[in-house]
Ligand binder design. Structure first.
Ligand SMILES: [Zn+2]
Length: 405
């Protein structure tokens, strides 16, 4: 089995490629390796479902993970659970394929990667809810021995879950694990750029700095791989999940439904630049285009409604009866407990530039080429193909033959 280190550069997208520092490592990866800068992401463009699609090769209608959080009507934002655990994914993952072939996996802050019996070393992507102890929670959701050992060595790099320190920490863990254990499959998620964009804006100086930090992390990780004899032939693969767009206005749809007297028929879950409507206690089947008046749609800043048929055609998850996409520059909120202002976000529908993500492969035997387009569901089977494995349940296509010499 060919070893792979898979790095997710959260919120990196096609527009970032031309702005890359030509002296930087990612530019070198693209120049010398194989890549696609137009990987079509899924709807809605949210981190958790996309990372699940990446490692399964399936869309949310098959994985069962279509948003970051399960629907939790009436629960304040800060108290909601997320799809943290492997058990939420209904289909086999790359981690399963590696383990079945006798390989060892490591996952560091990989979304929906907690409590995964196929993974030997888990640093969990999970956060404490009200009244929970962060250390106890991490130990319960990850691999306790691994977390404690790494925390002793690198804990000083971290400031809780604040960025950019958390991504520095994740990079340090990945390098250390590569050096000491040389896993067959390492998956690591860097949130730095996503966080910088949410806080400062899509093309802000803060975002540029985060791209440069990711560049340096990638270079250091590649160096660690090259210095480890058991990793010398491994491939370094960089992927991304979605871009972002700037926000000028936020509309609280929970409040709007209350105002329109529709809050018993539906409850709404925000995806940032779109929102999913779920059936409430007094729901009766309806055509979403008849639910709101044109005036209400304008007031809610809805640019587009997606019927259940539209959602099925997009392979969106089951559950929502319809969805709405916000007008440009508008974000939806469902908060019951006050707003957190952000400069940019994602969660939009298909056809935006920020839907186009990166897939880049670097290492021995990789062809120097650019693939014009890919689907997010192709990532899983392609990574499996590069490793010499298969993801039999994947709906995406294995493109690995096009990437190797
Ligand atoms: Zn993301």
């Amino acid at each position: 089995m060919r070893k792979v280190v898979l790095v997710s550069l959260d919120a990196f997208f096609t527009a970032d490629v031309k702005g890359l520092n030509p002296e930087g490592f990612l530019a070198k990866m693209l120049r010398e390796g194989a890549f696609c800068r137009r990987v079509n992401t899924i709807f809605p463009a949210l981190t958790y479902p996309i990372h699940v699609t990446m490692v399964t090769g399936c869309d949310p209608d098959e994985t069962g993970v279509g948003q970051n959080q399960p629907p939790q009507p009436g629960v304040p934002k800060g108290e909601r659970v997320w799809y943290w655990e492997r058990k939420h994914i209904r289909v086999p993952t790359l981690f399963d394929a590696v383990k079945e072939a006798g390989g060892r996996c490591c996952s560091i802050l990989w979304p929906v990667g907690c409590r995964n019996p196929a993974v030997r070393w888990i640093f969990p992507e999970v956060h404490p809810l009200k009244g929970e102890n962060p250390v106890v929670k991490a130990l319960r959701f990850g691999t306790p021995g691994y977390i404690l050992r790494e925390e002793k060595r690198f804990g000083k790099l971290r400031k809780g879950i604040a960025e950019p320190w958390l991504s520095d920490y994740a990079a340090a863990l990945a390098m250390d694990t590569v050096r000491r254990r040389a896993p067959e499959f390492t998956a690591v998620h860097w949130i730095d750029l996503d966080s910088a964009r949410h806080h400062n804006g899509t093309f802000s100086a803060g975002a540029k700095e985060a791209i440069d930090r990711n560049d340096r992390r990638l270079e250091a990780l590649w160096k660690a791989m090259q210095e480890t004899p058991a990793m010398k032939d491994a491939l370094l693969i960089a992927v991304s999940d979605h871009g972002q767009e700037d926000i000028r206005e936020t509309v609280n749809l929970t409040r709007m439904l209350e105002q329109y007297g529709l809050d018993r028929r539906f409850f709404v879950q925000s995806n940032g630049m779109s929102a999913c409507f779920f059936p409430g206690g007094e729901y009766e089947p309806c055509d979403p285009r008849q639910v709101f008046t044109p005036e209400q749609l304008r007031e809610m800043r809805v640019a587009r409604l997606y019927t259940r048929e539209d959602l099925d055609a997009l392979h969106a998850v089951q559950g929502p009866v319809f969805a709405a996409e916000a007008a440009e520059g508008v974000a939806f909120s469902d908060a019951l407990d006050g707003e957190k202002r952000e400069a940019a976000t994602h969660g939009f529908g298909p056809g935006r530039e920020a839907d186009l993500c990166l897939f880049a492969v670097y290492g021995r035997g990789v062809k120097q080429c650019e693939i014009p387009a890919m689907e997010m569901r192709d990532v899983g089977p392609t990574v499996a193909g590069l490793m010499g494995l298969e993801l039999p349940r994947a709906r995406g296509t294995d493109r690995s033959a096009e990437l190797l010499e």
